[in-house]
Ligand binder design. Structure first.
Ligand code: T68
Length: 830
């Protein structure tokens, strides 16, 4: 295409003539109305709020498109080495408000809507929240894209455009019901369809090994078609792409059944393949091993690797320069098939010798591990892979052979060691260990918090750390202050602007440090308390409106929002709530600190224990909220359908952040950072990034409790017995018995028997007493507002380190070796 473009047209974009300088409210209003009429074909007098939103999103998209296209030009002109971030999940959250804030257009749009007799905030609420991810891992990817753009790092995100994202959660009679999430139903104005960007992805068939390289004759083929989402930098001229692939029935007639003239069965097979990108697997932290999931993973990486190579060949005429031009990052093991896919293309299509292709791969790939839990480690059966991806399996065997013979054996390791590090796990059913493949192929492997990276090296990857000690590193996670303060908590943003002398903190979060000087100032404490109170009122109104539950904004808001999982111990939170309830009934006239317990989160649809936990929370909420003896001293609220946009509403309103996973199990956590950044105090274990938050805020400003990793391991080693703890703590025993015997489920007394009397894999009972004691400290501090708000300010002041900008700088320096676009490389504005 490019070759046929006339020279005059080629130069059009470099001049920046169209949109810049920045539009005022009048221009914005005209643009919105224009989009409504001429793009959407809707008469303004008939337009619904959703129509206005779509029109406004088109108008806003226009304003970042020039940056988006010129960024691409800069990258090409200066041949910028680029990082490609491959992830099965991107939890971007709503795009509209974020794009207005990042481009400093919020005021103009607000005014424009005012002139139209509409309210920008209400219109923004119309936007669907694209939930193309499960939880922390997907949201981390979204924070990273924001930071990559803002830091002007040449980067492309690659993911899947699931037609159905994370399911919509409804609560019916206390139970989770899953409904499809129709995020595309109102259109998706923010994405560009790229019908011309398509790559064939093949599956199945046979491998003819009588040639070298062997010939893969696939049985099925489908096209991956791109949609590009603009990721605008904050305040800058840069915008990077997030490229999401959909599956389309191809016009590829080289398949067996077409050749045999069996049109309908061929079409049927193709239609089945179109379902590849239909739905996100809602399994957080559990491997599923389903064929469709393997197909999805291959679909993502095959399209992405082909695209990366095509982009490279636009700039360079040789495939050999790929490692200088390209870094590919694997977000967990889900995209690990990119390794054998790149090998396949280099060997089969470019005729590179195995060793040369392998050396290139080892320069190109890096991998982040997000969990040490064995049930979450991806393994694919050799049989399934042989069926679906015979050439890739063949390459994996060759990689394994090369690794064992050239790396392991020469160092004198024994057969037992070799069995442990082999990519192929032997057993009744042979399995491909994806994490092993990732480690062997990558030049860097990182964990997501210090404690996690240390454990990774001493446990999961200990054998590999002996082989390649320099390969392992840590990059502690971070969160973007643009979304988690500017978008989520505008009042806090104004507060910070005022006391930090401008909005520089938004791109240099260490400036929050200056707050340290102000934490004893009573006026500032009060001002912050007012910001917090306003956020609590806003959340209380939502809860009143949506759930018809009245909560008191003056109570302490105690919040645990995250996926429901046994290791995160929502049920330990429940033990404390019931214990507190008992104490209040025993001693109704004591001076109790009123609390609202707020929980939210989804349970994987096949995870029974997590679903029972949701039901327990709701049963207890119903029971306690209706017990008049408790008055307003405890309220329990389970907010349905947790999402990024709900997090934006809840986090600013939290006083207390519950980060209570069993030590050693939560790789990092990222909501812990968002809460502290919004001035909540943490009650938490020495797990994940809590450990580093403690180091940054100081022990007086955080409530740490529970066993350490070492203590947890000792308990396991000695044969952990939950009754050692239940039988020695009468108050705990009372709580366990109440729940197990139906005090909160009188219609079905045994409903929670199993949940309470299981083997307590995550040692809730061992940590219970220490947790309850820490909760008493929380009450005590909250009753001294000066001390509480001082501590809250100290937390905020010391969160600079937890900006995703810092994480991305670490990745660029230590892992990807990527330079951002410099000031000089930016085009000069007309
Ligand atoms: C999370 N992992 C970690 N996994 O649990 C959390 N898994 O500690 C960490 O802060 C975060 O990653 C970012 O590093 C996940 O969220 C998943 O969502 C997931 C999805 C599919 C399969 C397995």
């Amino acid at each position: 295409m490019a070759k046929t473009t006339p020279t005059a047209a080629k130069n059009l974009l470099t001049t920046y003539d169209y949109i810049n300088p920045k539009p005022d409210a009048e221009l914005v209003r005209k643009s919105i109305v224009y989009k409504l009429i001429f793009i959407l074909g809707i008469d303004p007098k008939d337009a619904t709020p959703a129509d206005w939103l779509n029109a406004a999103m088109f108008a806003a998209r226009d304003l970042s498109t020039e940056n988006f296209l010129s960024t691409r030009q800069i990258h090409e002109k200066f041949k910028k080495r680029t990082v490609y971030y491959l992830s099965m999940e991107f939890l971007m959250g709503r795009a509209f408000t974020n794009s207005l804030i990042n481009q400093d257009l919020y005021g103009a749009f607000e005014q424009a809507f005012k002139e139209l007799g509409l309210n920008l905030a209400d219109i923004s609420e119309q936007e669907a929240d694209p939930a193309l991810g499960n939880g922390g891992l997907g949201r981390l990817a979204a924070c990273f894209l924001d930071s990559l753009a803002t830091l002007r790092v040449p980067a492309v995100g690659y993911g899947i455009r699931y037609q159905y994202g994370m399911f919509k959660q409804e609560i019916v009679d206390g139970k989770q019901i899953e409904k499809p999430d129709l995020w595309l139903d109102n259109g998706m104005a923010w994405q560009f369809a790229r019908p011309a960007k398509r790559f064939p992805v093949s599956f199945g068939g046979t491998l003819d090994t009588s040639h070298y390289p062997p010939r893969w004759k696939p049985a099925e083929q489908i096209n991956a078609v791109a949609y590009d989402e603009i990721v605008p930098a904050f305040g800058g001229q840069i915008a990077n792409p997030l490229r999401l692939w959909t599956a389309h029935t191809g016009d590829l007639f080289n398949l067996a059944s077409f050749n045999e003239g069996d049109y309908f069965s061929s079409m049927e097979a193709q239609m089945k393949n179109e379902t590849i990108a239909n739905v996100l697997y809602p399994n957080d932290a559990t491997a599923v091993g389903r064929e469709l999931r393997l197909k999805q993973e291959y679909f993502l990486v095959s399209a992405s690797v082909q695209d990366i190579i095509a982009r490279h060949l636009c700039r360079y005429d040789s495939i050999h320069t790929l490692p200088e031009d390209v870094a590919i990052h694997l977000n967990d093991t889900h995209p690990v098939l990119a390794i054998p896919e790149l090998m396949r293309i280099l060997i089969d299509d470019y005729y590179l010798p195995f060793d040369q292709a392998w050396a290139m791969c080892q320069k190109i790939f890096s991998y982040t591990n997000h969990t040490l839990m064995s049930e979450a480690l991806e393994k694919w059966s050799v049989d399934m892979m042989a069926q679906l991806l015979p050439r890739h399996l063949d390459i994996i065997y060759k990689i394994n052979h090369h690794f064992i013979e050239n790396v392991v054996r020469p160092q004198g390791y024994d057969d037992d060691f070799i069995r442990r590090v082999s990519i192929i796990e032997e057993g009744e059913q042979r399995q491909v260990r994806m994490a092993w493949l990732a480690v062997i192929a990558s030049h860097k492997v990182n964990g997501v918090a210090k404690i996690h990276s240390d454990l990774m090296v001493s446990s999961l990857f200990a054998d590999f750390a002996a082989l390649f000690p320099e390969r392992f590193t840590n990059v502690t996670n971070g969160v973007t202050p643009r979304r988690w303060i500017a978008v989520a908590n505008p009042k806090l943003a104004r507060f910070l602007d005022k006391h930090l002398g401008g909005s520089g903190w938004l791109t240099d979060l260490n400036q929050l440090n200056q707050l340290n000087k102000l934490v004893d100032n009573k006026d500032i404490q009060n001002e912050f308390a007012n910001v917090k109170h306003a956020a609590k009122v806003r959340l209380a109104e939502y809860i009143q409106r949506e759930m018809n539950i009245t909560i008191n904004p003056n109570a302490l808001f105690d919040v645990q929002i995250k996926r429901i999982h046994a290791y995160k111990r929502q049920s330990m939170n429940v033990l404390h709530i019931v214990h507190r309830y008992n104490q209040i009934l025993n001693n109704p006239n004591a001076d109790w600190q009123p609390r609202v317990f707020i929980l939210a989160g989804k349970a994987a649809s096949s995870y029974n224990e997590a679903k029972q936990t949701i039901r327990l929370i709701n049963d207890i909420a119903y029971f306690i909220n209706h017990d008049e003896r408790v008055r307003d001293l405890i309220k329990v609220v389970f907010i349905p359908n947790y999402s990024v946009s709900l997090a934006e509403l809840i986090i600013p309103a939290a006083d207390l952040s519950e980060q209570i996973s069993l030590a050693g199990k939560e790789a990092s956590g990222t909501s812990n950072m968002k809460f502290a950044l919004n001035g909540a105090l943490t009650i938490g274990t020495l797990d994940g990034a809590n450990v580093e938050i403690l180091q940054h805020v100081g022990a007086e400003n955080i409530f740490i409790f529970g066993n350490t990793v070492e203590q947890v391991q000792t308990l396991y080693r000695n044969g952990y017995n939950p009754y050692d703890f239940i039988d020695n703590d009468p108050e705990l025993a009372q709580v366990v018995n109440q729940i197990a015997q139906g005090a909160f489920s009188p219609d079905e007394p045994h409903r929670y028997h199993k949940l309470m009397h299981n083997r307590d894999e995550f040692q809730r009972y061992a940590d219970f007493r220490s947790y309850v004691n820490a909760q008493a400290q929380v009450d005590k501090l909250y009753r001294q507002p000066e001390k509480w708000y001082r501590a809250a300010l100290v937390n905020m002041a010391n969160m600079g380190y937890f900006s995703s900008d810092r994480s991305i700088e670490d990745y660029c320096r230590e892992i990807w070796r990527i330079e951002p676009v410099s000031e000089q490389e930016l085009p000069r504005l007309a």
